[in-house]
Ligand binder design. Structure first.
Ligand SMILES: Cc1ncc(COP(=O)(O)O)c(C=O)c1O
Length: 377
């Protein structure tokens, strides 16, 4: 997004400001569809659950990965007025509840919608059979997350060796397992994670078939990396490798799903903050700005992500620290940013901050989350 527009918006609306560019959302969605023509894209709502973002993907014909009842409701509001049959078809065809562990209350509310849900263990089978017997199932597998920025395999996923027993378990409880799902870890730049996961799934499809269970869908999850910097391998190369293996190992009638999150929204988010204080700490020029890691920069903590701070003004760059506004020393955006010497009241901004940022912003220390502005809707 161009600097002048960002600065004008900050002057008009005040800071901290979080600007979502919907033209960029549409561009990323189109790119994903272009490179994965066989794959149905379910936007992972958790990445940024702003209804305006959900609406943009809804209008593009997108599908949705929800992982809480609130996320389900956020999507549901767009289909609430559809005729009953169309609404039900949408839920079955275009929503996956992709959290393997679900509260009983959530299952009870979801059951009326007959959704597709993921699971990865025996206790969950019992819960689903009792509280959401109309749900369809996808078994979430544990797959290598090697080198991914955010690791997920330590928390979720059945071991490949127990997969078919868990499919049988669901069957014995009167449930239908439609297919398999996995997640290679978020911001996955190691293409081998996808390849190994797809190979594992092909093996489980074959074993399941030999034991009388015909799986119909494969959900390759999220993990598609945002192009934060030049070290991130090309998306087209990743897509080429994945498509090759999918087409080689899974016949056309197998439905392929994905749950891209970061890839779709990271580059659509921009943050603008104002310098509210300035000091020299440890011989380093240190800026205090009105946004921080308890707010839009929460990804520094939760997402293990680094964001660069940029200045709208030119000047000789020097190594600076940038801190958030709260009283906690953890509220450190960066200890090494190349910035000019700027006066209090000047603005700083970050690009590529659309994913896992505003989504986990808090009200800590009395500072509210940044104001959100949508452009190019
Ligand atoms: C089940 C599931 N699907 C999809 C996503 C989105 O992943 P990403 O943002 O890496 O595409 C996540 C992220 O945690 C997830 O847990």
């Amino acid at each position: 997004m161009n600097q002048k527009t960002l600065l004008d918006l900050a002057k008009k609306h005040g800071t901290p400001l979080f600007v979502v560019d919907h033209a960029e959302l549409r561009k990323n969605y189109a790119l994903f569809r272009k490179h994965f023509p066989r794959v149905q894209a379910y936007y992972a709502v958790k990445v940024n659950s702003d209804p305006a973002i959900v609406e943009t993907f809804y209008k593009l014909g997108g599908s949705f990965d929800v992982a809480s009842i609130q996320e389900f409701r956020t999507v549901y509001q767009f289909i609430a007025k559809l005729p009953a049959k169309q609404r039900q078809d949408f839920i079955w065809d275009k929503i996956i509840y992709a959290n393997p562990i679900k509260p009983i209350e959530t299952l009870e509310e979801l059951d009326q919608y007959k959704p597709l849900v993921t699971y990865d263990n025996h206790e969950e089978v019992k819960k689903i059979a009792k509280h959401a017997p109309h749900a369809g199932l996808a078994l979430r597998l544990r797959v290598p997350n090697t080198g991914s920025m955010v690791e997920l395999s330590s928390k979720f996923g059945a071991l490949p060796g127990e997969a078919v027993d868990l499919i049988k378990d669901a069957h014995d409880h009167g449930l239908v397992v439609e297919g398999l799902s996995f997640h290679v870890g978020s911001q996955c730049t190691n293409h081998e994670n996808y390849i190994q996961a797809i190979h594992l799934c092909a093996g489980i499809f074959a074993e399941a078939k030999s034991r009388g269970f015909n799986l119909k869908l494969l959900d390759i999850g999220g993990g598609f990396p945002a192009a934060y910097d030049a070290t991130v391998p090309k998306f087209s190369e990743l897509a080429k490798k994945i498509n090759h293996e999918l087409n080689r190992l899974f016949p056309k009638e197998i439905e392929i799903l994905a749950e891209p999150g970061r890839f779709l929204v990271a580059s659509a988010g921009n943050a603008v903050s104002k310098i509210i204080g300035k000091a020299v700490r440890n011989e380093k020029l240190s800026y205090y700005v009105d946004d921080g890691v308890y707010h839009t920069y929460s990804g520094v903590i939760f997402d293990h992500c680094t964001y660069h701070m940029k200045s709208f003004k030119r000047g000789a760059p020097q190594m600076c620290a940038v801190f958030g506004p709260t009283c906690d020393a953890l509220d450190t955006i960066s200890l090494s940013e190349q910035l000019p010497d700027l006066p209090i009241g000047e603005y700083l901004y970050s690009e590529n901050i659309g994913a896992y940022s505003a989504a986990s912003s808090t009200h800590f220390n009395g500072f509210p989350p940044a104001k959100v502005i949508h452009v190019n809707r």
